[in-house]
Ligand binder design. Sequence first.
Ligand SMILES: [Zn+2]
Length: 79
Amino acid sequence: MCQSCGMPLSNDPNGGGTNSVGSKSEKYCSYCYQNGEFTFKGTVTEFQEFCRLKMKEVGHSGFKAWLFTRGMKRLERWK
Ligand SMILES: [Zn+2]
């Protein structure tokens, strides 16, 4: 799964983010990581908030959004 947001990489339509040299990242999804850089720069708390809003925007319930984001602090990027 993505070590930034926790999404399974198999759910990523692009199959993972891209490193600066153009290769695929095995650690991060295409939403979080593009061309060797994180798309969201901020604290994990801000990122959780950002993801919750995004999920609600596309129609997920507040509960599901909470469930998805609550484990983020344990992922490799935020350690
Ligand atoms: Zn991600």
